[in-house]
Write a protein that binds this ligand. Structure first.
Ligand SMILES: *[C@@H]1O[C@H](CO)[C@@H](O)[C@H](O)[C@H]1NC(C)=O
Length: 466
């Protein structure tokens, strides 16, 4: 029996914040020429190319809070809420897969979360005679262990479930070689394919005029002071403004913190700060304190040395610990360092990344088997990265080629110093070398990777007919 050329993509999370599943969906449509049915939760807006694609159909699942609007969920004990949530997910997901999504050849499922999706998707696949493709981003129980504790009985239960049902996928994709090895040797998975996260086309290096228009757009956010005596705040340097009207709005079109327009040409400001970008989901698995501490050490060591630039750290993302850190940062006094916390649209985020001189990643994997997507994006824009070091990160960041690895705040501070020394006179050969390495990494794209690995799984029709 031939296929129907349709694939269901299941994400039990905010679709807009699941870039890899969005890229899968786009590749399924554009590279494998499938009709795609996405089943996910609403939240952040997905990328425009997905929303406006006629062959992509998105079905948003109702949340427990939608269904039980009359119950104050936050007042119930946590285990009861979790159980209710799982039951509710089970019901709405099964309903969506059986009755809303038409017949499909494959169900592509992101894990984690795997509860209850492994069981439900397998059931739906059996009922509809589709194949289940599991895309392993991480191991769910290791994430659960972060919020409960290592030996908690729920964590052990979740691990049993994950190990028991994970092997029932008909195909397995995963994000690192280390994870493939783990799945094949310890999880009873016969064959897993590594499909590395690679940047999609919209992560690209930008030209000066493009950078300038971005900085004009962000000028209010970037020049708003966050600290006492903020070294990157508005108006503190702009000799061309005549002091009367608001310097930011008046002169932003010709001059920003980083760029200026001189006789129609855009160039860098000679005394611009270096721009360091990081994104975080403000969760306990990223120790943001390391970056703060490294910034403080850099500030202490360099504040009276002219050969080191000011550093502006722009941190994007939102999450539970953001406000606590915002307060902490606002209370810190720096001479040469400033922070900004921004939340950017899916279109502006790649542009900000490509404007950066350096990216920083604090991600350390909960399982030791996954890689930080933000670093993939930074490489896409040709931006070198200082990354927290952990077991498999070398599959992505190669020390002294496209980035550097640090083990603590002191090491990160030393790396910032080493990379930004003589920044203004463009005489830093280490930064230039890493930049070249990152540019090299930027050539490897998602569509290339998917064309090799994804096509192999999805292009064949069921029953192996052509
Ligand atoms: C990173 O950590 C690994 C152990 O996980 C260690 O073997 C390696 O030397 C570290 N690399 C750097 C650059 O510190």
């Amino acid at each position: 029996m031939g296929g129907v050329n349709r694939v269901a993509v299941v994400v039990l999370g905010d679709l807009g914040r699941s870039p890899r599943m969005q890229y899968h969906a786009l590749s399924l449509v554009e590279q494998a020429e499938k009709e795609v049915y996405i089943v996910a939760y609403a939240g952040t807006k997905p990328h425009a190319s997905l929303m406006h694609n006629k062959r992509v159909h998105i079905h948003y699942l109702a949340t427990l809070a939608d269904a039980l609007w009359f119950l104050p969920l936050s007042m119930l004990p946590k285990p009861i809420v979790m159980a209710l949530k799982a039951l509710h997910q089970l019901a709405v997901l099964l309903w969506a897969l059986i009755f809303i999504v038409p017949a499909v050849d494959h169900v592509l499922l992101q894990t984690p979360p795997c509860i209850p999706t492994f069981a439900i998707c397998k059931l739906a696949c059996l009922a509809k005679r589709s194949e289940l493709v599991i895309d392993w981003h991480n191991f769910g129980y290791t994430l659960l262990a972060l919020s409960l504790s290592q030996g908690h009985f729920l964590v052990r239960l979740a691990e049993r479930y994950e190990r028991a049902l994970g092997r029932f996928g008909d195909h397995h994709l995963c994000v690192t070689r280390a994870m493939r090895k783990e799945l094949e040797s310890n999880w009873g998975v016969g064959r897993a394919r590594v499909l590395y996260d690679r940047p999609p086309q919209f992560f690209q290096p930008l030209s000066y005029p493009e950078l300038h228009s971005l900085f004009v757009k962000l000028s209010t956010d970037l020049s708003r002071p966050m600290h006492v005596g903020d070294c990157c705040a508005a108006a503190q340097r702009d000799p061309s403004a005549d002091g009367s009207s608001s310097p930011v709005t008046r002169s932003a079109a010709t001059r920003t913190l980083f760029t200026r327009r001189v006789r129609g040409e855009v160039e860098e400001n000679p005394d611009r700060p270096a721009l360091v970008v990081s994104s975080t989901s403000w969760t306990p698995d990223e120790d943001f304190g390391i970056l703060l501490e490294a910034a403080r050490i850099y500030d202490d060591m360099t504040h009276d040395l002219a050969s080191y630039p000011r550093l502006l750290f722009v941190i994007t993302g939102k999450g539970p610990m953001k406000e606590a850190y915002r307060e902490k940062m606002a209370a810190m006094e720096f001479k040469k360092v400033a922070f900004r916390l921004l939340w950017l649209s899916a279109e502006d985020y790649p542009r900000l990344v490509s404007a950066a001189d350096l990216g920083v990643s604090l991600h350390v994997s909960s399982s030791g088997f996954d890689l930080p997507m933000k670093v993939v994006d930074m490489f896409g824009c040709g931006v070198p990265v200082c990354s927290a070091n952990y077991s498999c990160v070398q599959e992505l960041v190669q020390s002294d080629r496209n980035g550097m690895l640090f083990n603590d705040a002191q090491e990160l501070a030393e790396q910032l110093k080493a990379l930004f020394h003589n920044f203004k006179s463009h005489k830093n050969s280490r930064l230039a070398k890493l930049k070249a390495g990152a540019m090299d990494s930027s050539k490897r794209r998602w569509t290339d990777e998917w064309g090799k690995v994804g096509m192999e799984v999805f292009a064949q029709k069921r029953g192996k007919e052509e």
